[in-house]
Design a protein around this ligand. Structure first.
Ligand code: ADP
Ligand code: ZN
Length: 216
């Protein structure tokens, strides 16, 4: 099994990229946020332990998330590639992962950074509009509703989510940078960092570049 670590800011398109890549048989996308939310919902022992941390917006303990990722890798040993999204989150977790991989004989191929300038992220995210009534999502730049400010599906008035305002997005980017820059440096030092330009609109060429990374 191979591991590719995905790194990218909120709004970088990392989720979309991962979903595209995971269409290839044998490639799976493991989002630790989703894994944890699933465990909480199912009420597993790990979920019970994680719940309080998540609700208060804190990271769950390193040992807990490492055990969950380890279990996942063991249970899905037949996959050719796992795209790790959300783990490692900091350098101590990167060290835990390195140990885990050494023990299990899984290969780390690279840490793939989807690089998007802050301005582009702010523009993308602050262009988002959501329908408060039916939940439909739009974007004034890339996916505009047929009628300005009105939901195509149910006709309600569209709103900007509280955490999608330019100020909040800038703050989220700062938090992201604080968490992720040390990780970027960590993998760069080890010759494992690959950077993909995520600033354009077309995802396909980036997906191809990323896939090539997986097979090189
Ligand atoms: P966000 O992008 O809002 O942080 P995620 O879906 O990545 O959302 O994660 C949701 C929550 O799950 C985090 O706030 C944290 O509590 C927990 N979590 C996810 N990944 C990790 C991790 N690698 N280490 C510790 N906690 C994590
Ligand atoms: Zn609607």
């Amino acid at each position: 099994m191979n591991i590719v670590i995905l790194l990218g800011a909120p709004g970088s398109g990392k989720g979309t990229l991962a979903a595209e890549l995971a269409k290839v048989p044998g490639i799976a996308h493991l989002s630790t946020g989703d894994l944890l939310r699933g465990a909480v919902k199912a009420g597993t022992p790990a979920g019970v332990e994680a719940k309080g941390y998540m609700e208060s917006g804190n990271l769950v303990p390193d040992a807990l998330i490492a055990r969950m990722v380890g279990d996942y890798l063991e249970q899905n040993a037949k996959l050719s590639t796992v795209l790790l999204d959300g783990f490692p989150r900091n350098v101590p977790q990167a060290e835990i992962l390195a140990e885990l991989l050494q023990k299990t004989g899984v290969t780390l191929r690279c840490a793939l950074l989807l690089d998007v300038p802050d301005d582009v992220v702010v523009r993308r995210i602050s262009g988002r509009r959501v329908c408060p009534k039916c939940g439909a999502g739009f974007n004034v730049d890339t996916l505009p509703p047929k009628q300005d400010g009105i939901c195509d599906v149910c006709g309600a008035e569209l709103v900007v989510r509280k955490d999608d305002t330019p100020e909040t997005v800038r703050h989220r980017l700062e938090v992201y940078a604080g968490q992720t820059f040390p990780l970027i440096a960590y993998y760069k030092e080890r010759g494992m960092l690959r950077v993909v330009d995520g600033s354009g609109d077309a995802l396909a060429p980036k997906v191809e570049a990323a896939l090539k990374e997986l097979h090189d």
